[in-house]
Structure formats: structure tokens, C-alpha cells
Design a protein around this ligand. Structure first.
Ligand code: HEM
Length: 543
């Protein structure tokens, strides 16, 4: 039970040897903390025994209180209104997660009602369906999943993300929790893999799971504003596991998929090599069939492999035949086979994602671990790209929203030349350019996801490949723009690490990790036109 104090109780602790302050009606004992306060102890001593809410919010954001509250709060003032929401910056108004209806709620239907507002309601900082606007794509199960994930992220993830990024590691428990919550089984671009997991997602019945649930889950994870975190928990898995599920032999899938989906075992995708990035058809990592035809012997190197250092399984592109795309196969390599070495690479961004250099030396891989057919791996890799790119797009657009939201909040409290930043037209112009790109891109994304849902795998690969490539470029350019503009608004605070501009500084470093892999902007833009022209010729384009 929290203790209740009067203002004069607090005023009696106004000296360095007993230093209490009040923030938003709560009482904090900073006596021990003052020596380690990054802003210095003198500044705290000046407000000792007083209400320091105004000063606190000037220099910090809500993440600081969330992180230190448990350690430093000793009670509340008797004058604190009972049900008071903390003042600015206000967190999302919490709503009860609506219970999913037993029968499928009306998504993708014209009769769907607008869902209740959710989140901060800052315009454009969440998708419009969060803010009471109509949408044909979402129903109550999407809203319930959103509330479920947001609660987890706000309580257990966000306060620690910076620490994890600096340590370049997310506690392994968090990944296991992704499995325990049933999330991994829904992140494969397929129907929910209910037969392979014990725990299903709490707020969505497995048979109602669709690609928009996957969108909501990835989007909410990305609100952490850390590419490193998101890639840690879904990066390797989201691209390494779908080929196994879609093209692996049943015996292999039955043996290893339950361990992966429960979060106990980890899997990644190993395609890129020191000398073959976007040019997948030219990989050189070789797999030679043994004389008895029972094993492939694998030798070669892989580079920039997300999650590799922590993985048990590697979905690996190897050369089993002649040069070019017709000699490429996909093998599921297990670390336990021996001959697999992994080392962490130091990179500009996504620090906690574990970017890895891998060497395979005479690794003996049973032929049962072949994914798809021999020398037909290129097609499997191509099928994977749409799902990978959609994941990248969702993340980039949410990171852009994080940049926008942080910038709006800061612009509403920081004053220069006698007025708030938001009252300077030049700042509003920056925000407007961010918002228009975010919203246009997100609407295109929703349309593409809807098409994916309606089309079969092959039709989607053919007909949507061009549009998805175009949107991938659009999303990474938008992200880069938003990170830059938010950084200009934050000024020095986003040049130094941590603190109020910390998310922006980190996201700025993460930009290249999105603009380069999964198809570079240049290749995506070119492909978007080439592929779309080819497909539209097939469907009767008249020039
Ligand atoms: C519960 C009370 C407080 C906690 C836990 C706390 C914690 C922190 C932390 C962790 C930082 C590092 C920067 C960041 O991560 O944002 C910081 C910086 C700072 N704090 Fe506090 N603080 C508290 C109260 C205050 C108060 C009451 C004041 C002013 C009277 C203050 C003034 C500052 C200043 C000026 C900085 C440096 C900001 C910068 O680098 O731009 N703090 N504080």
C-alpha cells in the first residue's frame, strides 16, 4: 500500500540529507539517488521539499518515471485526486480490451462500425482506425490484440529497451515470452499455426487470425522505437521460419517447429554472403552430396545474419548445382551438427538484434533437412520476400510514427524565442511533411495486405511483388525523412544518446538497416516498375 503524505510532511525533507520531491501528486525520496542523478544533485536540492512536476517534465519524458517509480516513489500526497490521469505528456487512455466475439466479427465488410478510440489521439501518431475513424479492415479481435500487446510493451519492454540496446542483447526470457503468448505462431504470413503450439494468443481465436492481426502485432512491437528490439524478437524468425513451415518435409516440421514456436529454440535466415547481397543467384556457399547420398557437406560463409549468434537453426541458401539461380537450394542447418561458428558483427544500428558472421566448415546435413526441392531453392527464397518486405514496411511506418509522435510532444513543451516550437510555422511544416508520407504509405500498406489475404501465395507473389517492392522503398525513405526531421526538431537532444531525444537518436542509426537489406531502395524501385509492367502485360495492358 502506498503511503499518504501532506505537503508539510514533504516540506520537512528539504535538505540534502533527506531530499523528497513531488511529481504529479506522488512523493519521491531522492536522498540516495541525488548522487547518481545524471542531471546533477544541485538541481534536485533546489526543489527539495517542493512540487517539482514542472521542472521534471521539462527535462524528462514518461519513460524515466516508469523506470524509476518502483525504486524511488514512497507514496502520494493527500491532495492527489483519486482517479487522476497524470498530466502532460499524457499516456494512452486505457480501455478494457473488448472480448472477441465467438462468431467472426465483421472485418472487411462495409457494415463494420468504427472502433472505440485508443491511444494518445495525437493525430497521425497512430493509424486512423485507432482514433475513431472508419475502416473496413479491422474488427474487435484486432482491437483486443492491440490492447493486449500494448499493455505488455508498455509495462515490460519499453522502460528497458534503451538499456538492452546499449548492452546489445535482449534478455532471452523476452523471446520465450513471445512464444508463451502464442505470438510466434501468428507471425509467419500463413494461417495461425495452432497445431504446433500449446498456448494460443489470448485475445484472438486461432481460426480468426488473419494478416491484419500480424500487422497489428508487428506494429505494436515497433512502438518501442528500437529496430534492434524488433529484430531480436521477430527478425530472424520472421524470415527464417516461413520457408520451413511452407516447404519443409512434414517429419522435419513436426520435429522442430514446436520448439521454435514455443520460443525455446531460435531460427534465422542465412542467405547473404560477404560477396553476395542483393545478388542472391550468385551465392557460393557450397553443399556437396556425400557418396552415399545421405548428407550434404556444407562449406562457406554468411554475413549480416540477424539473430545468428543465438540461433539453433539456420535456413541456409547453398549451391548444390551449377552457376546462377538454378543451382541454389535451401537447407535447414542445425547448430548441433557441428562445424557452425558464429561471431557478432559491430554495426551502425539495430544493436540488440545480434547481426552475425557465420562460417560453415564441413557441416554434415542430412538430406531430410532440404527445404523444397534440390536446385529449386531460388523460388522458395523469392516466395519469402513479400512477407519479409511487408514486415520491414510495417516497422518503418511505425518508427516514422514514433518519430512524429515524439516530435509533436516535444514541440508542445519546448519554448524558443518566446513561444512553443509547435507555434513556429517552420516546425509545423516539418510535421506536415512527415504526416502526409506516413498516412499515404500506411493506406497503401493496408490495401496490399488486403490483397495478400484475398489472393493465393503464387498470385500474390506475381501480382503484388512490384507494389510491395515500391512500398518497401517508400517506407524506408519515409522513415529516413521522419528520423531526420524529428532530429532537427529535437536538436542537440537527439544528437546525444539516451534522454528525451533518445528514441530519435537510436532510430536514426537504425535507418540503414531497413533501407539496405531485404532489397535495397534502388533495386526495389527498379523492380516495382519492371515487375508491374510484366504482370500487367500478362493481364492485358494496352500501351
Ligand atoms: C524522480 C525524479 C528524477 C529522476 C528519476 C531523474 C532521472 C534522470 C535521468 C535518468 C536523467 C538522464 C537523462 C534521461 O535519461 O532523460 C536525468 C537528467 C536530468 N534531470 Fe532528472 N530526474 C529526476 C528529477 C529531476 C528534477 C526534479 C529535475 C529538475 C529540477 C531534474 C533535472 C534534470 C536535468 C537538467 C537533466 C539533464 C537533462 C539533459 O541531459 O538534457 N531531474 N534525470
Amino acid at each position: 500500500m502506498s503511503k499518504i503524505f501532506t505537503q508539510s510532511d514533504v516540506a520537512a525533507h528539504s535538505k540534502p540529507d533527506s531530499l523528497w520531491i513531488v511529481i504529479d501528486g506522488d512523493v519521491y525520496d531522492l536522498t540516495k539517488f541525488q548522487d547518481e542523478h545524471p542531471g546533477g544533485k544541485k538541481i534536485l536540492q533546489k526543489v527539495a521539499g517542493k512540487d517539482a512536476s514542472k521542472q521534471f517534465w521539462k527535462y524528462h519524458n514518461e519513460a524515466i518515471l516508469k523506470k524509476y517509480q518502483k525504486q524511488l516513489q514512497i507514496g502520494s500526497l493527500d491532495t492527489k485526486p483519486k482517479a487522476e490521469e497524470p498530466p502532460a505528456p499524457a499516456p494512452a487512455p486505457k480501455k478494457e480490451a473488448p472480448k472477441p466475439k465467438a462468431a467472426a466479427a465483421p472485418a472487411h465488410g462495409e457494415e463494420a462500425e468504427a472502433l472505440d478510440p485508443f491511444g494518445s489521439l495525437i493525430p497521425f501518431s497512430d493509424p486512423s482506425w485507432y482514433q475513431g475513424y472508419h475502416s473496413p479492415y479491422y474488427n474487435e479481435t484486432h482491437a483486443a490484440l492491440r490492447a493486449e500487446v500494448r499493455e505488455w510493451i508498455e509495462k515490460e519492454i519499453e522502460p528497458f529497451v534503451t538499456e538492452w540496446d546499449e548492452k546489445k542483447q535482449v534478455p532471452p526470457e523476452i523471446y520465450k515470452e513471445m512464444g508463451r503468448r502464442g505470438y510466434l505462431a501468428g507471425l509467419l504470413g500463413t494461417k495461425y499455426q495452432k497445431d504446433y503450439v500449446k498456448n494460443h494468443v489470448k485475445s484472438v481465436p486461432p481460426e480468426q487470425w488473419d494478416l491484419f492481426h500480424e500487422l497489428v502485432l508487428t506494429d505494436e512491437l515497433s512502438r518501442t522505437g528500437s529496430g534492434g528490439f524488433v529484430w531480436n524478437v521477430i527478425g530472424g524468425f520472421g524470415i527464417g521460419c516461413p520457408p520451413l513451415v511452407k516447404f519443409g518435409k512434414k517429419s522435419l516440421v513436426d520435429r522442430i517447429l514446436p520448439g521454435i514456436l514455443s520460443g525455446e529454440k531460435r531460427i534465422c535466415l542465412a542467405i547473404t554472403e560477404p560477396d553476395a547481397g542483393s545478388d542472391v543467384a550468385n551465392i557460393t556457399c557450397e553443399a556437396k552430396l556425400s557418396e552415399d547420398g545421405k548428407y550434404y557437406i556444407v562449406n562457406g560463409e554468411k554475413k549480416w545474419i540477424t539473430n545468428g549468434i543465438w540461433c539453433d537453426y539456420f535456413t541456409t541458401a547453398v549451391r548444390t548445382g551449377g552457376p546462377g539461380m538454378d543451382g541454389v537450394s535451401l537447407l535447414l542447418i542445425e547448430r548441433d551438427f557441428g562445424g557452425v561458428s558464429t561471431r557478432r558483427m559491430d554495426c551502425q544500428g539495430v544493436w540488440s538484434s545480434g547481426t552475425t558472421y557465420i562460417t560453415f566448415e564441413d557441416v554434415k546435413v542430412p538430406v531430410e533437412n532440404l527445404i523444397g526441392k534440390e536446385n529449386k531453392g531460388f523460388r522458395v527464397i523469392m516466395t519469402n520476400f513479400n512477407h519479409e518486405r511487408i514486415g520491414i514496411i510495417i516497422q518503418c511506418l511505425r518508427f516514422s510514427r514514433v518519430c512524429f509522435e515524439e516530435a509533436v510532444k516535444y514541440a508542445n513543451k519546448r519554448r524558443t524565442f518566446g513561444k512553443k516550437l509547435i507555434d513556429h510555422p517552420v516546425i509545423r511544416l516539418k510535421l506536415a511533411h512527415m504526416a502526409r508520407q506516413i498516412e499515404a504509405s500506411y493506406n497503401w500498406l493496408e490495401n496490399i495486405i488486403y490483397q495478400c489475404q484475398k489472393m493465393g501465395e503464387t498470385e500474390a507473389m506475381l501480382r503484388l511483388g512490384g507494389a510491395i517492392a515500391g512500398l518497401k522503398a517508400q517506407a524506408t525513405v519515409t522513415f529516413e525523412f521522419c528520423a531526420r526531421e524529428a532530429s532537427q526538431i529535437f536538436g542537440g537532444l537527439s544528437y546525444s544518446r539516451g534522454g528525451q531525444g533518445g528514441k530519435i537518436e537510436r532510430l536514426y542509426r537504425d535507418v540503414r538497416a531497413y533501407a539496405i537489406p531485404g532489397g535495397s531502395e534502388e533495386i526495389m524501385l527498379d523492380l516495382s516498375i519492371r515487375q508491374s509492367m510484366r504482370v500487367h502485360k500478362m493481364i492485358g495492358m494496352k500501351l
